[in-house]
Write a protein that binds this ligand. Structure first.
Ligand code: 5AD
Length: 346
């Protein structure tokens, strides 16, 4: 097993059976060896600093109907909200004061008629906080829209591919959505000049080990600047409500494998991972993650952005919460890195 780990660290690529061996190995010493190597590589490139991204949940209005997601269009139990311009800028103002230098504007997918409004907001943020990175996570759009937003000042874009497997993708999504178009969007984003994030959900219904191997292979070939991976967590008003959550073990193993495959990648220890286990966030960092994304959304809308049940809230949006996070990180020898944290591969 260690030979395979060493090979991945040296060559940044493995054969499918070797990825599978890493995903299924059970000896705790082997697993710890993988994690240790991933930590070493992370520290070679980033030291023990963890970048912060302030997440602003723009809206839970969504035109899509993904079967796993709590804000899917057909979920009539959700009361829908959209932040206004003042609320968004106020989140940035509060976040900047705390020390955030990246804002992530995430929300459900809207039609193109509102793309200009979003571009205006991006310009406002760019103007108000010129030293900050602006990351968008707003779903699939035409290349022209991605270009418009990039010209308005957005630097990065997160669009998880969710799964690379066509059959599985169609089990998780409504008919109109295809993995081909998803991957096309990721290409457009790269071509438009964004630092791009792709990624998957782990342990989602019907997903097999082979599917995860396909995802690793896709990520290795696409080489995203950022990799977002979290366990699937059921949401009680979705068709997938009865399926179990993905595991911390499989999620962290993917972090470690992808760290060795893509040493420069920015990998968040995700909120979903922190939701499935109290020590999830730290275990993610110990597996090679180097980003945390605290929530900067206004308190009164936060509960409404419920992609899945029992979403962890760390309260890191306040200065006090951040110092708790810093304390937590210090227990494993890490600290907050307050810089923008652009991809070194740019
Ligand atoms: N469990 C875990 N992650 C989810 N996402 C959406 N629904 C769920 C869920 N039930 C993730 C998707 C999406 C990101 C914004 O949130 O991967 O890309």
């Amino acid at each position: 097993m260690r030979g395979i780990v060493d090979r991945l660290r040296d060559c940044h690529e493995l054969l499918p059976w070797q990825y599978k061996a890493l995903l299924t190995m059970r000896d705790p010493h082997d697993i710890e060896y993988l994690m240790g190597q991933a930590r070493e590589v992370t520290q070679e490139h980033f030291g023990t600093g963890i970048y912060l991204r302030g997440l602003i949940e723009l809206s839970n209005v969504c035109r899509n109907d993904c079967l796993y997601c709590g804000i899917r269009r057909s979920n009539s139990q959700v009361s829908r909200y959209t932040l206004n311009r003042e609320q968004i800028l106020s989140c940035c103002k509060i976040g900047y004061k705390i020390g955030f230098r990246t804002f992530v504007i995430q929300g459900g997918e809207w039609g193109e008629e509102r793309s200009q409004w979003i571009a205006d907001i991006i310009r406002d943020i760019r103007q108000g906080w010129p030293d900050c990175a602006i990351t968008l996570s707003l779903g699939e759009h035409p290349k022209e829209t991605y270009a418009l937003w990039h010209e308005a000042g957005a630097d990065r874009y997160l669009l998880r591919h969710e799964t690379h497997n066509q059959r599985l993708y169609s089990l998780w999504h409504p008919r109109q959505m295809t993995v081909t178009h998803r991957l096309q969007c990721l290409e457009w984003l790269k071509e438009s000049g964004y630092q791009v994030g792709a990624g998957i959900m782990v342990g989602a219904p019907f997903q097999s080990l082979n599917n995860m191997v396909e995802d690793i292979q896709y990520l290795v070939s696409f080489k995203p600047h950022m990799i977002g991976i979290g366990p699937f967590i059921p949401q009680h008003d979705t068709p997938f409500r009865r399926f179990p959550s993905g595991s911390v073990d499989m999620t962290t193993r993917l972090y470690a494998i992808l760290r060795l495959a893509l040493p420069q990648a920015l990998i968040p220890s995700t909120t979903a991972l922190a939701t499935v286990a109290p020590d999830g966030r730290l275990r993610g960092i110990l597996a090679g993650a180097n980003v945390v994304m605290p929530n900067l959304s206004p308190k009164d809308t936060r509960g409404l952005y419920s992609l899945y049940d029992n979403k962890a809230a760390m309260g890191a949006e306040s200065a006090q919460g951040i110092s708790r996070l810093a304390d937590e990180l210090s227990t494993i020898g890490y600290q907050i890195n307050w810089s923008r944290g652009d991809s070194p591969a740019i």
